[in-house]
Ligand binder design. Structure first.
Ligand code: BTN
Length: 266
């Protein structure tokens, strides 16, 4: 794979993930499919992803050499974090298992990884990332879940072409680091993940909500959590950010409140 990104830039497409999947064999490893508008952008768990013309980054990375498919999420979300931090220095962004980037209680970026299948089984992964950039505050407020954009956070208007190039460079850089040292990217992703060492609510695919303490994230991406002394592993679902979980800080696996007192169980 080359350090110089191979970017296929489309004006409008249904979904960059769908496009990359259907052109998988023609696209080289590490190719990026980007679009300035998605007419049917897709999110996880069958949700829609809002991608109106010229306001957000929508990019899919073609990964033909991924030993552990979960690492497609790791590579992609670290690249999106790097982009956000470069363009909004001083703001606090965090990763939220399994695939989101948040600023406070609002989501700014999400990742959707999908397998491509051939006769011989899995051929590769399409890792799609969406980042809200120039959406106005009124537009993010119309999204059905709490959301934000770089512009809503900073008040600045961003040069989309420049940011696409930055995101492409970060995606390729993290893909190369992953190919040389998967443990390096996984360690960074874990370190930046908000949920480890915190009490959170997990909503599973059926909508059931469980309150747990998150002990760790396993190498296959499963969330390792505890409740009433029992250990549970979750491979799907959504962690809910609550005001309470934002107020607590972590300390060697023991939750404490802002004065350093251990948090109550429950
Ligand atoms: C989520 O948060 O549920 C995942 C959102 C993923 C959106 C990106 S935008 C580029 C790629 N193409 C899509 O249709 N979806 C992903």
């Amino acid at each position: 794979m080359q350090a110089e990104p191979h970017i296929l830039e489309l004006e409008s497409v249904d979904s960059t993930n769908t496009y990359a999947k259907s052109h998988f064999d023609e696209l080289p490893d590490g190719a990026l499919v980007a679009a300035w508008e998605q007419t049917s952008g897709r999110g996880r768990l069958g949700r829609k992803w809002f991608s109106p013309p010229g306001k957000n980054l929508s990019v899919s990375l073609v990964m033909k050499n991924v030993g552990n498919p979960f690492y497609a999420t790791v590579v992609t979300s670290l690249a999106a974090m790097e982009l956000l931090e470069k363009n909004a220095p001083g703001l606090d962004f965090f990763l939220k298992w399994p695939n989101d980037i948040y600023s406070g209680e609002r989501k700014i970026s999400g990742v959707l990884c999908e397998f491509t299948q051939g006769r011989g089984g899995v051929k590769g992964v399409i890792a799609g990332v969406g980042v809200n950039i120039n959406l106005e505050r009124a537009e993010v407020d119309r999204i059905d879940r709490p959301a934000t954009s770089l512009k809503a956070l900073t008040g600045h208007h961003y040069d989309m072409k420049k940011l696409l190039r930055q995101l492409a460079d970060s995606l390729i850089r993290y893909y190369i680091i992953y190919s040389r040292s998967p443990e390096t990217v996984f360690a960074e992703w874990k370190r930046r993940n908000f949920v480890i060492g915190r009490r959170v609510e997990i909503e599973d695919a059926s909508g059931a909500v469980t309150r747990v303490f998150v002990r760790d994230i396993a190498e296959n991406g499963e969330l390792v959590a505890e409740r009433n002394g029992k250990t549970f592993r979750f491979n799907c679902g959504d962690v809910r950010i609550t005001r309470e979980s934002l107020d607590f800080r972590r300390l060697d696996g023991i939750e404490t409140d802002s004065s350093g007192n251990p948090a109550e169980n429950g």
